[in-house]
Structures are given as C-alpha cells and as structure tokens.
Design a protein around this ligand. Sequence first.
Ligand code: ZN
Length: 369
Amino acid sequence: MSLRINAAFDGGNIRVVAIDGDQVDLEIVPDRDSDFFQWFYFRVAGARGRTLRFRILNAGQSAYPFGWPGYKVRASADRVHWPMIETRYDDGVLSFDWTAEGDLAWFAYFEPYPMERHASLVARIAQAPGVTHRELGQSLDGQAIDCLTIGTGPRPVWIYGRQHPGESMTEWWMEGALDWLIGPEAAPLLAKATVHVVPNMNPDGTRRGHLRTNAAGVNLNREWAAPSAERSPEVLCVLAAMDETGVDVAMDVHGDEAIPANFLAGFEGIPRWTDAHGAKFYEYGRRLAAHTPDFQTEKGYPRSAPGQANLTMSTNQLAERFGAVSMTIEMPFKDHDPNPDATYGWSGERSQRLGRSMLETLAQMIDEL
Ligand code: ZN
C-alpha cells in the first residue's frame, strides 16, 4: 500500500515535497496573498505497520520560528484524542516519527476546530432558551459571521475570537464559554449584562487552513481603526454591531506560539488611558489567577509605552472607542507550564475549561468593571 498525504479538507494545510520510503518531506503552505504560515493539518493513509519520519522543511521560515523550540506536534488516529508526540526542531526543520497501528492518522499544529464543528456549535447554542442568533455579515468568501446573544442586563459585554484562524484553541475556549452561558450558573451575570459572542471572526481563514489572515491575506487584528468592505468585512460588521450597543467589557481570544502559559494583554498606551481604567483590567487578571491554576500573571507581552498603543488592534480600539475594560487572552500552543499536562499539553478540553473560568471570574466582578 502506498502512502498518501492529504490536506484537501476543512482547515487542512500541507504540501508534499517528496516521499522516499518511510521518510515524508513536507512544507506548510502560506496564507493566500500573504507570507504568514505556521498552521498545518493533514492526514496520512496507507501507513499501517510502518514507522514514518515526517520532516516539515520550511518550519524555520514560518511566521514565528521561535515557537518551535519546546513545541510538540498533536497526532490522532481517531480525530477525537490529540496527544502530543515527540518532536524535534533542528536547523529550521521540524521532524517527528509515527509508528502506525492503523491505516490512518492525522497530524496538526494544535487540536483542530474546523468550520463543520463551528456550524454544529452555533446550531446547538442558538436553540438554547434565551439565546438570539444574528448573522452580522459575511466574509469575503461569503461565509456567515455568527453572533450569539444572551442576557437581559444593561451592561454590554462582547466576546469574540479566532481573528487568527490557526489559533484553533480559541474556538474550544468559545465552546466552553458558550456552554457556561447557557447553563444555570450564568443567571446572576445575565441579569446584569447582555453578552454578545462571535465565536469565529475569520471563517475563511479557518476553512482555508490559514495561520493568520482572511481570504485576502489581511490580518484582521490590524483592521480595527478603519475596517473596509474590500479588505475586512468581518471586522466591519462586528464593529458596527458594537457601535449599536456600546462595549463595557471586551474579550478577544487568541493563541500564542512562543510563551508556554496563559496570559492576558491589555490596553496600555491608549490616548485615553487612566490608571483607574487600567486597574480594573489588572484586578481581573489577579482574580482569574486566584480562581484557576491554568492562569498566571508573570509571563506575557511587554506593555506599550504611554501613547504608543496600536489602535488597529481590537483590544486597544475598543478600550479607546468605548472606554471598555478590554483584554486579549492568549493561550499556548505548547503547554501552560505552571500546571502542565505531559500527555496532551494545552488542549481543546483545557481551553474549554479556561473559557468557563474566565466567565466565572467576570460574573464575580462585573459590578467592579
Ligand atoms: Zn492571535
């Protein structure tokens, strides 16, 4: 049986360079009209009984090569369980071995969350009591930008994610957050707030197997100062809906290639910054760290200097535009080292749990934000 490598499916990304016996040489395909690449997701068929050596030859030219040291590929024979496998990174090449017990196996940068699962999530949550679904607009490929709204309270809360489609942990986080919002524990929060959730800002990039951009090669998290129908209709329609409600609290959900921990990024450096505004954000981080061992406040990005915030990024734009307590949650592709899992590393299930924990913390302190 000859080996077959295939990525022609929802969210797939790989290109075969050569197959020589049991050695498979591959390249990650850049996002369309862009230089970004790092996300990969492919299937191998005809592998039973063989030990294969995979090499991703262009890993060193990826968007974040510093993400590879300490990183481990996720592999699955059933597309349900995605344990980490031993992975090497030498001289710009990412390599890993696989001894196949069955005919088929899948490999990915992180546990995938494809558009088919997004459609099932939206359908299920939209049927829950009290939930309203709106299609806010369409992507460049014509896919829906879905928004789920729940709650009757006066405080507008916006939760949105997956601007960067290769950060698949973001939509696992969304699944955990949405399940919490339709459960009994959410009632006190939903009496005080109305929560709008856009679980996937970038369906085109997700389906195309992109790392960072939409169908036009545009990084949506650099479009929030002046979104346009031509480049970024995904942002244009969400920001228009936000302008109708205002935003008191905003959460933007992401993954980070390099840092092996969950962390928050805030809105330091916006023109209207005040220490009182920032203190609410810092207090949220402290409460979250006290609430779950899967969060910490030591590791993270450097803060912007006064006046230096990039207002094309959503978290800064929403803090400036609405006075929102606005935050970016970054989850690792590696693991949350303060509370590691040797088998799975950071995972979809743990991302779901962090989504719940972040809303529990929001519920505890909504009156203070
Ligand atoms: Zn991101």
